[in-house]
Design a binder for this molecule. Structure first.
Ligand SMILES: Nc1ncnc2c1ncn2[C@@H]1O[C@H](COP(=O)(O)OP(=O)(O)OP(=O)(O)O)[C@@H](O)[C@H]1O
Length: 417
């Protein structure tokens, strides 16, 4: 990425391969990267085939933000691209402001895309952003997944987020903007050294003479992404060999689990926890490492709203009773997002977790071959304080319980991150 000037328009165009969406959204902050993105995508697609739309989020956090959003709109209008300003009406709560603003931004942008039937939204992250991300993750001793940086594409809220500039450096974009006479805003927070990203950006300038350029970091990220893909594949194969889904839990054969390479067993367990909890992010590393040890050594662990229990031959990952004890629904409705319980007379009944007390009222629960801790977090039918049915624990009384998440879904989830 040095010396010879590259044709970045062709580079951006090649990111779309042949699968072009009929409508493409562009997230334009008004900063240089996304202004270049707006113009490059216009260059690539104005001649037809793809209808372009742009949007800017005004977080309402800086006085200049409204003017910047307006200027981004004017730039889009000059290219005959329709543009909308999305306001963060709720504003921040207490806590990490940057994280909240980012979350709100992605929610607003994908909500806007969905309203307009836009399946793909382009973001202006560059090779420099990728380098900063990788370096920050190195500082946290991340593994293969962390070092693969930001994905070229991912799904959020049913919309594909695409980063067509991940191979293009900020300097190349600045040259493009200047040579085309395009104006942009500099975000003052880009110079604010209270932010880790800004300090990392400066450190990268120091590293460049050693050959550790943004382009090199971006290449490391791509290599790691390939390695991650391979690991995911082997996790999938391992799961097909030693895992099944029962009573809403993921069950692993302990003997086979112990023979897996530690990277594969770790990943498999992370995915099982994520699938059971429904969380977008994996559990924290230290408790997760303890859970892997417990799984190998026949112990137990509680984390991320889930529980890991072992029997003589199996490892079970299920919901933790405490995280579902407050869940109440009516028969026929979803319970804990994925169970449905239905059957006989629903009058005066509600669905709640079975719990320890309920389990004691199920004389045949052991016949199901499911550990008590797993059954405690399954749904039961209660009439007031009285247990009417607990289908997963062998007290059916004409009722059945089903989970929406099938075994095939669990296996598929292993390949979909
Ligand atoms: N206010 C905004 N309105 C619309 N799009 C934005 C806005 N801020 C950022 N973006 C989009 O996100 C891209 C990356 O910008 P920036 O690095 O500031 O965002 P980020 O979302 O904080 O990144 P990350 O996802 O790494 O946290 C921009 O190029 C642009 O496409």
């Amino acid at each position: 990425m040095t010396g010879v000037r590259r044709d970045i328009r062709s580079l951006v165009r090649s990111q779309f391969r042949s699968a072009l969406p009929d409508r493409l959204g562009i997230a334009v902050s008004g900063g240089g990267d996304s202004m270049a993105l707006l113009h490059l995508l216009h260059d690539c697609f104005a001649s037809g085939g793809v209808e372009l739309f742009a949007a800017t989020v005004d977080h309402g956090l800086r006085p200049e933000a409204a003017a910047e959003a307006e200027a981004a709109g004017a730039a889009a209008a000059r290219l005959c691209i329709s543009h909308e300003v999305l306001r963060w009406e709720d504003g921040p709560q207490e806590g990490n402001l940057q994280n909240q603003a980012r979350q709100a931004r992605y929610d607003l942008l994908t909500g806007w895309a969905r309203r307009h039937g836009i399946p793909v939204l382009a973001l202006g992250h560059t090779a420099d952003d990728q380098a900063e991300t990788v370096l920050m993750r190195m500082a946290r001793a991340s593994g293969v997944t962390g070092l693969s940086g930001m994905a070229e594409r991912r799904t959020h809220n049913g919309v594909t987020l695409l980063r067509p500039l991940l191979d293009v450096t900020r300097r190349e974009l600045r040259e493009y903007l200047e040579s085309h006479g395009i104006a942009w805003f500099e975000d003052p927070s880009n110079e604010d050294s209270r932010f880790e990203r800004v300090r990392v950006r400066r450190a990268l300038e120091e590293l460049a003479p050693l050959g550790l350029t943004p382009a090199v970091f971006a290449r490391i990220a791509r290599n790691m992404a390939k390695a991650r893909e391979a690991l995911d594949w082997y996790v999938f194969l391992a799961a097909r060999d030693l895992a099944h889904v029962q009573a809403g839990a993921v069950v692993l054969c302990q003997r086979k689990f112990r023979t897996l390479p530690s990277e594969i067993s770790h990943r498999l367990l992370v995915r099982a926890f994520q699938w059971i909890s429904g969380a977008a992010y994996p559990p924290r590393r230290v408790p997760m490492e303890k859970a892997v040890l417990a799984a190998r050594n026949g112990g137990s662990a509680t984390l991320a709203g889930c529980r890991l229990v072992t029997t003589s031959k199996q490892i079970w990952i299920c919901r933790e009773f405490n995280s579902v004890r407050g869940e109440v629904s009516l028969p026929g409705q979803a319970w804990d997002g994925k169970w449905k319980i239905y059957g006989g007379d629903v009058k005066g009944c509600e669905v709640r977790a079975l719990g320890q007390n309920g389990l004691q009222l199920c004389p045949d629960w052991r016949a199901a071959g499911v550990p008590g801790a797993v059954l405690q977090a399954t749904p039961a039918l209660w009439r007031g304080g009285e247990l009417a049915a607990a289908p997963a624990a062998g007290l059916a009384n004409g009722w059945s319980a089903e989970t929406a998440g099938s075994e095939e879904e669990f296996f598929a989830s292993l390949l979909s991150h």
